[in-house]
Design a protein around this ligand. Sequence first.
Ligand SMILES: [Zn+2]
Length: 364
Amino acid sequence: MTRMIALWTLTLLVAFGNCVSVDTSMNRLNVNMEMTSIVFLLKICNYTTQSSVSSFTSWWYGEFPTKLNECSLGNVRFNKTKNIVVSAYIPCKFKSAVNGKIVDNTVFEAFNETIYNYEWGYYVAKNAGFDISAYKYRLLVYPRDTPATFYGLASVGCYADGCYSWYNTDTYTPSLFLHELGHNFGLDHARTPTDEYGDDSIMGYTSNQCYNAGHRYALGWSEPKSSIKLLNSKAIVNASYTLSLREFVKVDDIFLEYVNVSNQLKSVEQSLHVSVLQSDYSTVQLCSLVNVGDGCTVKQDISITIRLSKKNAGNVMFSISQEEDNGLLGFESNQNNGETHFLYAWVLFVSALGSLLMLMQSAT
Ligand SMILES: [Zn+2]
């Protein structure tokens, strides 16, 4: 059954010490720009199996800007005239721009050494035959018959003269390019505690998902539905949030995001991802509640517990509790704190909203 994703909402019932509207603990990268790029389709020494400029360009202009616009939420503009594709040849031997030594591209090791990527980047930048300073992002696409084994590489952030990324694959996807460009934008990976590429976002498994909430926030592309700072207070403030797809709530540097994960990797379609944004602009996914979950315990310097407290076909409600020495403050505890009526009113409201959404879905 195909669900009408746009109609799905998550409601968060939040019970915390205090709520404040602004959290300034994380410096944001604030990427909002007109993209300027040059793609070099490389032939290197005797490795010459490469796409033509025309065929690559038609793919590049067809799929990439659409995905870039979607994943940047319209914050990065892509004008074809400022994003060009050229072919480039790198000879078997040339003089290094880094140390003046001869770079020998006839040896197998050349394709496994990261330093050669930089050498080749500098080489094509210098020998393009025209001034490429107007193109901030320099993308080097390898020939397909090299012994290189990586799919994509990029610097995290940029060099003084530009931002470089490298691609080595038979299958071009916008996701791969957006992963590497994400590094150029300043992002590190979207991990789980045990997996470098842990979550389903572009900085993780490079699936069809876009950047996760923490990364979108770091880049200055989207704002939280609500920003909450946890304080060591036992005072309880209740609030309720209805999240549409991709909206998120920020709890210090923890992000709770409602996402659609319908792809080959997952048999489910919606989940609530909980991840924390690190100071190196990586994210660590702490848990992923998939439609019906058992709750989620987040162990960071602060400790919160997220409980699934109600579910029906069109609406999932969570309570988030801050853990304290004497147990959990949260949904159940609140009812013992004389706020039963307040919570009960919200439960009724949420139930009514869920019923309404079910009706809307069945009518669509
Ligand atoms: Zn990466």
